[in-house]
Design a protein. Structure first.
Length: 535
């Protein structure tokens, strides 16, 4: 019998709506209970669309005493909602005043931010009968917190969601970034003196807060972003997926005409691989996962849900780099204290944004290894990097020709047709951009990023005993070690592969190894010759 399809909360941030309308909720209240009983001011960083806003909304429901939302009940549509963990605990469900500041909206200028802050304060001032005599936000917040505590007899819960979204959009505009930081520092400056009036402070964002100067006045703000105890507070763990969501995977497998294990493996390849602490618990992207279960199609949802303009702007601000410069690279734990707008330190910024994740942690050296979490992110990032390298959106005609040839090469080992497709692809690169980037590295980076965007098992500058080969492409039928030469000959490229033994390290792989020398001409702006020979 086919399982019944459930309602998946794609884009739903209201906990009340989620529960009352019968949407699926993966129970995160064990970690919520731990957090609120510890009672510290908290900061949590997670990438966009990872459930931060839903977490904030759930916290609001807890402190508003909405116990009925956490108990088992049947919705008006007849959907049974299970009892959640926190309803089984000794939590007292006392109603506290909750002040929530939501900065997740797309704000275009500093005036819109000022208006949002004003309206947020005004809403709560009306709730507590305050006639604001002061226009300065920090004085209004101070008055509001003290009055709410006095009127209710309960300490205030302050929730700040995605405080840094506008900062992210101001990358490259130093004047705007400074103005945004000044607004937040002004608004939240009274919090240190309001400690006795606050039950909980919880702040979310993408970037590390410590160097931003925004919340420096809060006493002992606890950053739980990379703590093992809280690594699964947002996102879906492998255990949650294979237990709570097993019926959903089975339903998806039936639609795809696959086994359960085959569908699970594809979900893992596409959406798994995030690690938010040295505990290395595998986390699935919840936005992509819920989209896939809801639509019945395993596609790239997270990267395509919004134009990653911030990522492209970050890349523009940084020194030139390619995928091989960042995937599998190490950085010390102190690097994560860098501010988000420190473009000379790309790894922490890319980690905070969700484009890289922790692949390994070396405790004795206090060193993290970072890399792409999954296929979805790796290929999406490659598309963005391609735009940075080529200065244009990929030409679809030449790209499609190249993609067809790549698949033929993968399936039938047709190297000559593949090289011809590369020539067709390069012919579509705008002349102006190529003219300004005349060097071997330019052509190398173009080819590498496009292969990566297609999901190829490709390595750039892979080290050997005597140097680094330009590109190593691992295919089902063989391994291809490629050397690219600019204004030189294909024979010279092959001679370098042989002289430095680039192919030797693959001798025990079991697949045939082919050495490929490729020559580019600045006059022709394309491949003029190539040679290959078996290893």
């Amino acid at each position: 019998m086919m399982a019944q399809k459930r309602k998946y909360p794609v884009g739903i941030q209201s906990f009340e709506k989620l529960r009352q309308e019968g949407f699926l909720y993966v129970d995160k209240t064990p970690l919520i209970y731990k957090m609120i009983t510890d009672g510290c001011p908290y900061f949590l960083s997670r990438p966009r669309r990872f459930g931060k806003s839903l977490l904030v909304n759930t916290l609001a429901a807890v402190f508003e005493g909405r116990r009925e939302l956490f108990e088992a009940f049947t919705t008006e549509q007849g959907i049974e909602q299970p009892r959640l963990y926190i309803a089984t605990t000794d939590w007292k469900w006392e109603k506290h005043p909750v002040l929530r500041f939501d900065f997740s909206k797309d704000l275009m200028d500093i005036g819109e931010l000022d208006l949002l802050i004003d309206k947020s304060l005004e809403r709560y001032e009306q709730q507590y009968g305050i006639v604001a005599k002061e226009k300065r936000p920090f004085l209004r917040l101070d008055t509001l917190v003290r009055k709410a505590h006095k009127d209710t007899g309960k300490r205030v819960v302050l929730l700040v969601d995605e405080y840094d979204k506008m900062m992210l959009h101001s990358i490259g505009d130093d004047e705007m970034a400074a103005a945004v930081k000044a607004r937040f520092k002004n608004l939240f400056s009274p919090l240190k003196d309001l400690d006795e009036h606050l039950q909980l402070v919880f702040i979310t964002g993408i970037s590390k807060f410590s160097q931003m100067g925004v919340f420096s006045t809060i006493n002992q703000l606890k950053n739980i972003s990379m703590q093992t105890a809280y690594e699964s507070i947002c996102g879906i763990t492998e255990e949650e997926l294979t237990t709570q969501l097993r019926p959903d995977i089975e339903l998806l497998a039936q639609k795809r005409k696959e086994t359960y294990d085959e569908t699970l493996a594809e979900l893992k390849r596409m959406y798994d691989g995030y690690h938010f602490s040295d505990g290395m618990t595998d986390m699935y992207n919840p936005f992509s996962l819920m989209n896939a279960l809801g639509s019945g199609e395993i596609k790239k949802y997270w990267f395509e849900s919004a134009t990653p303009s911030a990522l492209i702007e970050i890349l523009r601000q940084m020194p030139p780099l390619e995928l091989g410069d960042i995937d599998g690279k190490r950085c010390p734990d102190t690097a994560f204290d860098m501010p988000f707008d420190s473009y000379q330190a790309p790894l922490p910024a890319l980690y905070q944004s969700g484009y890289l994740t922790i692949k390994d942690y070396h405790a004795s050296r206090q060193m993290y290894t970072l890399g792409f979490p999954n296929y979805e992110v790796r290929t999406g990032f490659a598309d963005c990097l391609y735009q940075m390298v080529s200065g244009t959106q990929p030409d679809e005609n030449s790209r499609n020709v190249f993609l067809d040839a790549y698949y033929d090469f993968r399936d039938f080992d047709d190297l000559p047709a593949f090289i011809q497709a590369i020539k067709t692809f390069y012919a579509g690169v705008p002349f102006q951009w190529e003219r300004d980037n005349k060097n071997e590295h330019y052509y190398h980076a173009l080819l590498y990023t496009l292969l990566t965007a297609f999901g190829a098992d490709v390595r750039a500058e892979e080290p050997t005993a005597k140097g680094c080969s330009d590109i190593t492409l691992k295919m089902p039928r063989g391994i291809y070690v490629m050397e690219l030469k600019y204004n030189d000959t294909a024979e010279a490229a092959l001679e370098q592969i042989n002289r430095k033994g680039y192919a030797d390290k693959y001798a025990l792989d079991g697949r045939p190894v082919t050495k490929v020398g490729i020559a580019f001409s600045s006059k022709e702006r394309n491949i003029t010759d190539w040679r290959s020979e078996p290893s």
